[in-house]
Design a protein around this ligand. Structure first.
Ligand SMILES: [Zn+2]
Length: 251
């Protein structure tokens, strides 16, 4: 059994971009923790920050529970995820507690500042987590990891960079057979319906997720898919762990 951490900026990002893959990993007997950097405290025009954060933590936990995953929130705040010293130590402590062999995080290039900051924070925390002299400052610090975990990036939202150029994944995961469960997971984030309509001009957030999954599916030659890239940097492990855990034949 492998331990997997899917860590992104906000509640609903993992559901949009990687939930089908997480469901498949759990079906194969692996353990998945879903983490968000923030509780989505700015994702509402109806509720104040504290109230919407409570609602969204609850929705994210319910979504994770529905597939047998754990959920945790790092408790940074929206638009305030930064790649700084204190935040890197905090994310490193999360990695040491969850103890994943495989980490899947946000794309380093994406539409939202929190997505990009989360990506670089997680990348560097993966390196720091196995350095025993790197102190997180936690009063009850977890032990350093035995090795740098395997690191993968999810797609950027819409599969595009900020200039609208398509980002090509390294490989695709066919999620057609678990798509109903992916959709049900995202549907747990009911509080986002009004917010996405107001701020993102998205009328139907379940429909837009399906549209993106179909576009990835078209590129993969299947009905519905999710795309991923393996972080190729020195000295991160380069064996194709995610692909192997899924039993993928690479295209
Ligand atoms: Zn987000």
């Amino acid at each position: 059994m492998a331990r997997i951490l899917a860590i992104h900026a906000h509640p609903d990002d993992v559901e949009m971009l990687a939930a089908g893959t997480m469901i498949k990993l759990i079906e194969r007997g692996h353990h998945v923790t879903i983490a968000t950097m923030t509780p989505g405290d700015c994702g509402s025009a109806e509720f104040d920050a504290e109230r919407i954060a409570d609602i969204r933590r609850g929705e994210a936990a319910q979504a994770a529970r529905s597939i047998g995953a754990d959920y945790l929130c790092v408790e940074f705040r929206d638009m305030a995820v930064f790649n700084d010293d204190a935040s890197r130590r905090q994310v490193t402590e999360v990695l040491r507690r969850v103890r994943p062999e495989l980490v899947v995080t946000s794309s380093p290039i994406d539409y939202h500042c929190d997505h990009e900051a989360a990506s670089v924070l997680v990348r560097d925390a993966c390196f720091a987590a196995s350095a025993p002299n790197y102190a997180t400052g936690d009063p009850h610090p977890a032990e350093a990891l035995p090795a740098i975990p395997h690191l993968y990036f999810m797609d950027a939202v819409e599969g595009m960079d900020r200039d609208g150029r398509p980002q090509r994944p390294d490989f695709f995961v066919d999620v057609a057979d678990v798509f109903d469960r992916k959709r049900a997971m995202l549907a747990c984030h009911e509080s986002q319906r009004n917010w996405l309509r107001k701020q993102h001009n998205i009328e139907d957030f379940l429909g837009i997720m399906e549209k993106w999954s179909r576009e990835r599916g078209r590129a993969a030659g299947v009905e519905l898919a999710e795309g991923f890239r393996r972080y190729p940097g020195h000295p991160y492990p380069q064996t194709p762990l995610l692909e192997n855990l899924l039993g993928l034949t690479l295209r």
